[in-house]
Structure formats: C-alpha cells, structure tokens
Design a protein around this ligand. Structure first.
Ligand code: C2E
Ligand code: MG
Ligand code: MG
Ligand code: MG
Length: 286
C-alpha cells in the first residue's frame, strides 16, 4: 500500500520537481567557475533626490551571464549562493567591483551594496570590507551597505555589534525591503540607520490601495522623526513619484529614473545629469 501511495505521489510531482532540482544543482555547480571567470558582475541603478531629480547614489545589483544558460537573475542565484556557501565570494566580488566603479564617479555620488547574513557573521567581515575600501581608495563615507530584516532572525545582538563596528569605520548602513520581513520597531530604536528603504510592494499598490498610503505615511513620518532618510524602491510612474514625494520620501529608486545598467551606461547617465567630471575626491586633495 505504501508503495502504491509513494508511486502515486511520484507520478504527480516528480517531473516538475525534478526539473527544478536539476536547474538548482546545475546553477550551484556552475557558481565556482562563474565567480572565477568573471561571469558575475554588478549592474548599477541610480538613486535620485526626489526634489531636485538629481542622481545622489547608485545601487550595485549582481548579474550573471552564463555562457550556455544565459542570464540568471539574482532572485534565483543569490539564494542558491547563500545556501551553498558561495555568497561570501559573490558578495566580495560585487563589493570590490562596486568600490572600484565608485572611484570613477564624482565624489558626491554614494554606492550601495547588498550584504547577506553569511557575510555579516564572518569573524573577519570588518577587516574584509576595510581592505576593499583601502585597496580601491574609496572613502568609507561613500559606501552604504544594505541589509534586510531577515539578518536579525538568528543572533541579533551579534549582528548589531557588527553593524556598529562597520559604522565605526565610516560606512553607512541601510535597512532594505523595509516592511516585508519580520519587522520589529525595536530595530529602528536600537540602531542609528543611515537609510530606510520602503519596499517596492508598497509603492506598487499606492495607486490601487488606500492602505498603502497609510503605511507609506506612517513609515515616512516615523523615519522622519527618528531622523532616518527614506528611499522608496521600485518607482515606475510619475504618479508614484509625486505621491511619495508628497509623503516625505526624500530619495527614490526605480525604472522611472533608470533601470539597473552597465557601468558605462551609468557613467553616461551621471554625466548627462550634470555632475562634474573628474571630481577629485575630497580626502585626496593635497
Ligand atoms: P533589492 O536589493 O531590494 O534590489 C532592488 C530590486 O528591485 C532589484 O532587483 C532591482 O532591479 C529591482 N527594481 C528596481 N526598480 C524597479 C522598478 O521600478 N520596477 C521593478 N519591477 N523592479 C525594480 P534585482 O536586481 O533582480 O535584485 C533582486 C534582489 O537580489 C535584490 O533586491 C537583492 O536582495 C538581491 N541581490 C542583488 N544583488 C545582490 C548582491 O550583490 N548581494 C546580495 N546579497 N544580494 C543581492
Ligand atoms: Mg538592495
Ligand atoms: Mg529592496
Ligand atoms: Mg529585495
């Protein structure tokens, strides 16, 4: 009987599950070489000041172009890199490329890089990041690290200590995807965040759902009172831009201002935005 049941289940689920697992292990197996061969690299998405519409920062977003599998989205390969122990290598690679790229941008533009929990719980994480900054020559104040609420699920106290050590070397810390995870207001109370990013899901429903207005209002006013700058993610329309700006969001990121793009395209966008070229970073002025 058990055999018959097992067979029935297998018949029903095996084909799609098999394909999914196969794709997953294919990606997992391809990761080491991809990291080694430079198949993984960042694209850059502008972040703008919603009053002046000028580019104030860029977020580095990992991209993977595999020679036979084609483009693999970070939504697919980042979780696989996380579960297979490769995320530290991927993260290090993106951080290094992003800092080197930022050095070629005007000094008033900051660079944001996403950091996973596996990177943060390494005993040497502060030294690793410090070394990347030193080797690239980037001023720590120009780097912002984006973390999500999920990092506090395990050992919150230790993570907060690490984030404080990173702030102590001058790096900014941003709370990404705010409102989608295990949000607890104590996260806002116990740490001096440099930025709070309102998740795309709230922005997307602004035009259709009254509740989103209340949520965005509440988040923007709370952050405002705590002195934390707010960036809204996933702004695609002018209506969303106007609504968010009216609700006190200072910064915006989304297809309306620019999709994630190659560094060359980003540099062109920055130039067209009117930023001075070849700005000498203030810390190296003699
Ligand atoms: P995230 O950090 O929240 O990044 C924002 C995501 O929203 C990006 O997706 C971006 O392309 C997308 N996006 C921005 N504006 C719009 C818009 O107007 N409309 C729409 N539909 N989408 C928009 P992406 O590049 O696919 O990255 C997905 C997630 O993968 C990121 O979410 C981040 O959590 C993770 N990720 C990407 N790169 C890295 C990395 O280097 N390290 C780590 N640990 N995670 C990364
Ligand atoms: Mg992010
Ligand atoms: Mg986000
Ligand atoms: Mg996200």
């Amino acid at each position: 009987r058990a055999k018959a049941l097992g067979k029935g289940i297998a018949l029903e689920y095996e084909p799609s599950m098999h394909a999914e697992l196969r794709r997953r292990s294919e990606i997992e197996a391809a990761l080491p070489l991809a990291i080694h061969n430079g198949e993984i690299f960042p694209y850059y998405q502008p972040q703008v000041d919603m009053i002046s519409n000028r580019i104030v920062g860029v977020e580095a977003l990992a991209r993977w172009r595999h020679p036979s599998l084609g483009w693999i989205s970070p939504g697919e390969f980042i979780p696989i890199a996380e579960s297979s122990g490769r995320i530290c290598d991927v993260g290090q690679l993106i951080l290094t490329a992003a800092c080197e790229s930022a050095m070629q941008l005007p000094a008033d533009i900051r660079i944001s890089v996403n950091i996973s929990v596996a990177q943060l719980i390494r005993y040497d994480v502060v030294d690793l990041i410090k070394n990347v900054l030193e080797r690239s020559g980037l001023a720590p104040a120009r780097l912002k690290l984006e973390v999500t609420e999920s990092i506090f699920m395990k050992d919150g106290d230790r993570i907060f200590a690490t984030l404080r050590a990173l702030k102590a070397i001058g790096v900014g810390i941003s709370l990404d995807d705010f409102g989608t995870g295990y949000s607890a207001l104590s996260y806002l109370q116990h740490f001096a965040w440099d930025e709070l990013k309102i998740d795309r899901q709230f922005v997307r429903s602004l035009e259709a759902e009254e509740e989103s207005h209340h949520i965005v209002d509440a988040v923007a006013s709370l952050a405002g009172r705590l002195g934390i700058p707010v960036t809204a993610e996933g702004i695609e329309t002018r209506e969303q831009h106007l609504m968010l700006r009216a609700r006190g969001c200072k910064f915006g990121q989304g297809y309306l201002y620019g999709k994630p793009m190659t560094f060359d395209a980003l540099r062109q966008a920055v130039k067209e935005d009117g930023h001075a070229r070849n700005v000498i970073p203030s810390y190296s002025v003699v």
